[in-house]
Design a protein around this ligand. Structure first.
Ligand SMILES: [Zn+2]
Length: 619
């Protein structure tokens, strides 16, 4: 998965988890019929299920722990109008008071199936996939939102026969589900396991751009774009050659795939939140309507598809054992997300350069921005990087205020810095004969298969790395994951670069950033975070405070930036008038260091390995 946290330096992060059915279930599949005709106008989807049953007590589950989201965020509050019947008669159900996702009832004598009807009230609350349902011209079906399943089954041996009614004849669709047959507005699919069903979202819309961007034998990769206007959909032409190269680059690095066909499902909309959720044979991606049309947005957010695509190998094919329980109600062990998400953050970024979306010259300053943020994050003095992974279920949903002291889902970007360090070690010690790519190819590549899952543990990661380079990887991870590390891992200094701060903004830390100077992050004067120990914190500034005036002038970011620049010369304190909880007061910030933006500059005489990392394999 890709989170959309916007840091002080403007980096966006990514969030994210299947196996194909090993065998057919002994019983009949569950008939799952969705009616999405009212999704574009009313944001609601109707479910009708026919579930094989036997007389006696029965429990149905609503999916709670959602693969790829790493949290118990099944949108149960959106489930309404639930009616269960058998032989045409209504059955009284009761919610388990200790498990609100479980519905209990008795199947009457003589019944061999039950009918379940409910309405999904869409897109009105929640995080990630539950915040995305429909606009007037497109909708996203995330099947886990629209089904109940028997408590006795596993995700592998519970089978569904899914179908969906689209809003009208003009509505096209794309999904990784197989065997699509359309009759009028109704589309039916092959029988599929619960695991594979919820791993295969369906996007539908009236403004569509669909292209095959790669093929080899019978396998193809498709770019499917659904937008609010045809102009926005067609703008995906700008990204298409890069995504075609992305597939070639991934295949060149991994040497094998674990998907039969791959579908990038990308929504472009200003009405629907962004998204990045990985699946084995597709990804559910979302960006703004102007994503391709605003070049800076495209470059800065250029790792969205590469991140989610990388998860097909790292996260879906190879999955931490703790993220692969038997059903969707059992809690995850997220403690290896620094591999699943950390290494994917690394390769999502690296691939965005190899596929040409980001110019190679931007790579050092992106690394500078990543490193500088974590090197100026006081929360790392109390919380380990490993704890941010274990805490993922609540950190994803944590408020932004005081993020730097709390720490956030740092296993993404700080995890990526750690993998850059590992890459640097392998390259240096093997005299550039091997790299982290060698490990990626061996561990996540292997031989081409269908969408199967092979689980791993921390020991497997260490053993895999030792096959590439014998090294004390146990101590390496102990240092960076399990211990308090005052500074993040640094892979760039040994590779010929050093961090400096200058007054010049970068693509990654744009102008009027105050985090590395007085130590606050603001938006239109509203303070969202204050770095503990910084001049702003010493001056008693906190979150939810609004800066009204600077040195007697009305607030703007430019006015504050000028005041910081002036103070570097005058050595005078900076006067702020601020408001907090309807009380106005004056504070003085004693800071004379000027504006500061992180950059990497070359160390003369030391070979530049950092630039080698983003060199493409293909033309
Ligand atoms: Zn991810």
């Amino acid at each position: 998965m890709r989170t959309f946290l916007i840091r002080g330096f403007g980096l966006s992060l990514l969030l994210c988890s299947l196996v194909l059915a090993p065998s057919q279930a002994a019983t009949q599949p569950i008939q799952l019929q969705l009616d999405a005709r009212q999704a574009p106008t009313q944001n609601i989807v109707f479910t009708h299920e026919i579930i094989p049953a036997a007389p006696g007590p029965m429990t149905l589950y609503y999916p709670k722990w959602i693969p790829g989201e790493h949290q118990p965020v099944g949108p149960i509050a959106n489930v309404a109008s639930l009616v269960i019947t058998a032989n045409g008669k209504r059955i009284a159900w009761r919610r388990d008071p200790l498990d609100m996702f479980a519905f209990e009832f008795d199947v009457p004598a003589g019944a061999d199936s039950i009918d379940v009807h409910f309405t999904y009230l869409g897109a009105t609350f929640g995080h990630y996939s539950s915040s995305r349902l429909a606009t007037h011209n497109l909708f996203v079906t995330t099947w886990n939102q629209n089904l109940l399943y028997p408590s006795t089954g596993t995700i592998q041996d519970t089978f569904f026969k899914p179908s969906i009614v689209l809003p009208g004849p003009a509505w096209k669709f794309a999904t990784a589900l197989t065997g699509a047959k359309r009759s009028g507005d109704t589309v039916t699919f092959d029988e599929v396991s619960l695991e594979h069903l919820i791993d295969s979202p369906l996007d539908s819309g009236t403004h569509v751009y669909r292209k095959r961007i790669w093929h080899e034998g019978t396998a193809s990769a498709y770019l499917n774009v659904f937008a609010d206007t045809q102009h926005e959909a067609n703008s995906a032409k700008i990204g298409e050659p890069h995504y075609a190269k992305l597939v070639r680059e991934m295949m060149a690095m991994y040497g094998a795939r674990h998907w039969r066909n791959y579908n990038f499902l990308l929504t472009l909309s200003d009405q629907m939140p962004g998204e990045g959720i990985e699946h084995h044979e597709s990804s559910d991606d979302g960006e703004t309507g102007s994503y391709f049309l605003n070049h800076k947005d495209f470059v800065r957010g250029g790792d969205l598809l590469s991140h989610e695509f990388n998860h097909s190998w790292d996260g879906k094919y190879r999955m931490p054992a703790g993220l692969y329980p038997d059903n969707l109600q059992i809690p995850y062990n997220d403690s290896l997300l620094w591999v699943y998400e950390g290494m994917t953050q690394y390769y999502g970024d690296v691939m965005s350069f190899r596929d040409g979306i980001r110019p190679a010259k931007q790579w050092p300053n992106q690394v500078a921005a990543m490193y500088a943020y974590y090197d100026n994050e006081p929360g790392r003095l109390w919380r380990t990087l490993g704890d941010t992974a274990t805490s993922a279920p609540f950190l994803y949903a944590a408020p932004y205020g005081y993020n730097a002291e709390r720490r956030s889902v740092d296993f993404y970007v700080e995890g990526a810095l750690m993998w850059l360090r590992a890459d640097s070690i392998i390259r240096a010690k093997t005299h550039d004969k091997k790299s982290l790519d060698t490990f990626a190819r061996q561990f996540f590549g292997g031989k081409t298969t269908g969408p199967i899952v092979v689980t791993y543990t921390r020991k497997d990661i260490i053993a895999g790395l030792n096959k590439v380079l014998p090294y004390n990887w146990t101590a390496f991870f102990h240092k960076w994951i399990d211990n308090i590390a005052p500074h993040p891992a640094n892979g760039f200094t040994p590779d010929g670069w050093k961090l400096v701060y200058t007054t010049k903004p970068t693509l990654w830390v744009p102008k009027n950033n105050f985090w590395y100077s007085i130590g606050l992050a603001e938006n239109h004067g509203h303070i969202g975070d204050v770095r503990f120990g910084s001049p702003a914190a010493v001056a008693t500034l906190g979150i939810d405070t609004t800066i009204v005036a600077v040195n007697g002038r009305g607030y703007s970011a430019a006015v504050l930036a000028q005041a910081i620049t002036d103070a570097a010369k005058s050595k005078a304190p900076i006067d702020l008038l601020v408001e907090h909880s309807d009380v106005y007061r004056s504070v003085q910030i004693n800071y004379t260091g000027g504006l500061r933006y992180p950059h990497l500059v070359r160390i003369k005489g030391v070979p530049d390995r950092l630039s080698q990392v983003v060199k493409p394999y293909t033309k």
